[in-house]
Design a protein around this ligand. Structure first.
Ligand code: XIL
Length: 347
């Protein structure tokens, strides 16, 4: 007996309905499985294709219910905007302070969000004591710092930005001059090897800005470094594209080529700090579709919740206005995510 099957009359009814709609120029699913309903939050919509949609969280705003309501509802990944940086986590040499970082981490964990770690080795936001170090002592301090922070968060961070912004702007393709760079060219690979040993469960990322345009010298220089690391077995798992788009560094349609090219080296890619001057809905949709087009693009993080939370608030570059209202860019991102196909079933 056909106990679980749909009665023949219902099947026939559906077919007739589909046929009628087709005549009217309307499409209807003929298959009995219902099409997945559109999701109404960014995180849920990104999850349709196995990706996440994150935001930067500032610990100082966690007491603002308007902020936490939006952040809690829309995003399923969190990056601490400043709280896991070097000056925050090691204010005195060898004396670690995770108070603010844990505030962000704990909020994320309580709200079932994954966490991107940001960032372990960087020329900027170094505490005063580190800024004044040079040579061997600075190299040792970098290693101690990576070990100290990664040990504290071991097993809890999905991706770490191990090294941030190590390349120079402009056409040189050179490394950025910094106290870390002056300890020797190998400082980046030492950072990655140290990081792999400190927390083998985290994906280890190189993160930078102005590396989205495939024709830029800076992009090609980072690409050459990642290729070299993969060839020599230096542990690197992902590249983060900050994606701060503005009039000076506008979005270019070749971003997808960049993401594909890096992925072809055998690393994952992620959009890690997205904001767009003026928040063009088209640009936001393009960036979203670029990530969706590349299987190794893990997800997208926007650099803040409302325009008023942005480090560049004057550019109104985010998805929510200062009153928490959804902007046109929000809708274009959500629609792009919802249009993505379901994640393939594992196995
Ligand atoms: C920015 C924060 O948003 C600001 O609050 C802070 O004053 C400076 O840093 N690239 C990065 C981020 O990797 O850490 C930066 O965040 C923005 C540029």
């Amino acid at each position: 007996m056909r106990t679980n099957a749909m009665p023949r009359s219902r099947v026939r009814g559906r077919a007739l309905l589909a046929g009628a709609l087709a005549v009217l120029g309307t499409t209807a699913p003929v298959a009995p499985s219902p099409a997945a309903a559109a999701e109404d939050t960014l995180g849920a919509a990104a999850a349709r294709s196995g990706r996440y949609f994150g935001t930067a969280i500032a610990s100082g705003r966690l007491g603002d219910p308007a902020y936490t309501t939006i952040a809690g509802r829309e995003f399923d990944s969190v990056t601490a905007e400043n709280e896991m940086k070097i000056d925050a986590t090691e204010p005195q040499p060898g004396r670690f302070d995770f108070t603010a970082g844990d505030r962000v981490y704990d909020w994320a964990a309580r709200n079932a969000k994954q966490v991107r770690g940001h960032t372990l080795a960087w020329h900027s936001q170094q505490p005063g004591w580190m800024r004044s170090l040079r040579g061997g002592p600075l190299r040792q301090a970098m290693i101690r710092h990576i070990n100290g922070v990664m040990t504290h968060y071991r097993g809890k961070i999905v991706q770490w930005d191990v090294v941030n912004e190590a390349f120079a702007d402009g056409g040189s393709g050179a490394r950025r001059d910094s106290n870390l760079q002056r300890t020797g060219d190998d400082w980046i690979e030492v950072a990655f090897r140290t990081a792999r040993a400190a927390d083998p469960s985290a994906k280890l990322c190189y993160n930078d800005y102005n590396i989205e345009n495939w024709t830029a010298a800076k992009t090609r220089a980072v690409y050459a470094m990642v290729r070299d690391f993969k060839q020599r077995g230096v542990p690197i798992d992902c590249v983060g594209f900050q994606s701060h788009f503005n009039n000076g560094s506008p979005y270019n349609g070749n971003f997808r080529t960049t993401l594909r090219s890096f992925a072809a080296l055998g690393v994952d890619v992620a959009i890690t700090e997205l904001d767009v001057q003026g928040a063009s809905a088209t640009t936001y949709a393009n960036v979203t579709n670029d990530c969706l087009a590349v299987p190794r693009c893990l997800g997208i993080t926007v650099w803040g919740v409302r325009d008023t939370d942005s480090w560049r608030s004057g550019q109104t570059p985010l998805l929510f206005d200062g009153s928490g209202g959804k902007k046109a860019a929000y809708t274009s991102v959500l629609n792009a995510l919802n249009a993505a196909s379901e994640a393939p079933t594992p196995g």
